[in-house]
Design a protein around this ligand. Sequence first.
Ligand code: SF4
Ligand SMILES: [Zn+2]
Length: 124
Amino acid sequence: MRTLLSQIYERQDRSCLGLDPELFQPTPDDLGGAALAVWWCEQCPVLMLCRDWALTHVESGVWGGLTEQARAALLRSRRPRARCPGCKGWKITHSGVNQICLSCGVSWRAQRRATPEQPAAAVA
Ligand code: SF4
Ligand SMILES: [Zn+2]
């Protein structure tokens, strides 16, 4: 079975084909380098396939037109927001490790989320 990654690498029309792979690995403070890599991706017909891969796998560098930071922000924005277990309201604030409902005053201990570096199975 062909993986998503092999489908990307097999594409002869991808923009990064033949380019120095280091171009897509800018250091965090190299904003010009990141912008150049993103520009190449934006010309690429494989962009969405590549982005899907990068969002579901832990990869460093620019993939699918997104830097690591941009991918992390996109994944954070897709996470479901916390709801109050009492009144099911959305107005939640934090106090230390607790979350507090601003509508009904119920508080509860916040759930820790899994991160790529710390898989769900390892979260207490
Ligand atoms: S989107 Fe960017 S990293 Fe992905 S295949 Fe295209 S040029 Fe390469
Ligand atoms: Zn509530």
